[in-house]
Design a protein around this ligand. Structure first.
Ligand code: AMP
Ligand code: MN
Ligand code: MN
Ligand code: MN
Length: 289
């Protein structure tokens, strides 16, 4: 892995690094080892598996990556709440055994099943029955039951035609099936990631409903707490997002990350390793590993 860092900058920034994806340990469709093998087959040079609030897939993904000679870094996507918005912070290249990180993630997970029951009760009120059991059938790891599993049930049962329309009409604030939840705070997530020796990255900043001024305020707080990077290339970013967040990364002096946010074949916008390279003039987060 260290040989990468002897490369001149121009070649380091076009390395095919995919630092955001999911396995069945959270709401992905493939087991962790299969995610790693698929990444390698797609030409990924360095992978981070970043399951939601859970580290259980990391050993199997690392072993599969080692077996095919692909570099691997530990990852996690932490659910936090900032001013009533649900935001995701990625941790990368941390010590997986860190006790405070593991305890913090366990605390976030502990409320998910109860939240799922409340979501199901809310869906029942608009005539959608059996959502708890339906979502749980998709959740290989029940403690990580998420809106993605409910989304799959709403598609399977014919309520919505695809996941995109699920998240337009259901499960989001102001729509049936949305339930508030107490996630971690921004400062919790940074304390856990940095305390475990990792780097913190704002996941898919283009997805948050923040005004330009609030986004700057959020990024300022993130930086003050020790946050180092933002995702510029993301499977959920448009070309406009890439421009805007590339500019913000330069302005705030953030490292830039690249991640497909792959959840599974046929479900994700972009497959593992298939995003365009980072735009020129940005410093890739992997230079800091
Ligand atoms: P939760 O952690 O239970 O709030 O669920 C969040 C998950 O729902 C995300 O990680 C995605 O997998 C999925 N999700 C949220 N919004 C969307 C969207 N607009 N399109 C597709 N999937 C989404
Ligand atoms: Mn997800
Ligand atoms: Mn996310
Ligand atoms: Mn994700």
């Amino acid at each position: 892995m260290h040989s990468y860092f002897r490369c001149p900058c121009w070649s380091v920034s076009v390395l095919n690094c995919d630092l955001h994806c999911h396995s069945t340990c959270s709401d992905g469709l493939l087991p962790a080892a299969e995610v790693a093998r698929r990444a390698a087959a797609n030409g990924v040079a360095m992978l981070a598996l970043t399951d939601h609030d859970d580290l259980d897939g990391l050993p199997a993904a690392r072993a599969a990556a080692d077996a095919v000679g692909m570099a691997f870094v530990n990852g996690v996507e932490i659910s936090i709440e900032w001013e009533a918005l649900q935001i995701h912070i990625l941790g990368l290249a941390f010590n997986r055994a860190d006790p405070a990180l593991n305890a913090g993630l366990a605390a976030i997970r502990s409320g998910r099943i109860e939240r799922a029951r409340r979501m199901s009760a809310e869906l029942e009120k608009v005539g959608i029955a059996g959502a708890f059991e339906g979502a749980m059938r998709f959740a290989a790891n029940p403690s990580l039951v998420s809106r993605a599993h409910f989304g799959r049930y709403l598609v399977e049962s014919g309520v919505c035609k695809d996941l995109r329309s699920v998240f337009e009409s259901y499960l989001v604030p102001g729509r049936p099936g949305y339930v508030d939840h107490r996630w971690a705070t921004l400062s919790d997530s940074l304390r856990w990631i940095l305390g475990a020796g990792g780097l913190a990255v704002v996941a898919h900043p283009g997805r948050y409903k923040l005004s330009r001024a609030d986004m700057r305020r959020f990024l300022g707080e993130f930086k003050d707490l020790g946050g180092q990077a933002i995702e510029v290339m993301s499977g959920s970013h448009t070309a406009e997002h890439v421009d805007a967040f590339g500019r913000l990364a330069r302005e705030h002096d953030f490292l830039a990350s690249r991640g497909s946010d792959f959840h599974g074949p046929g479900e994700s916008y972009v497959d593992l390793g298939k995003l365009a390279p980072l735009p020129a003039g940005l410093t890739p987060v992997w230079q800091a590993f």
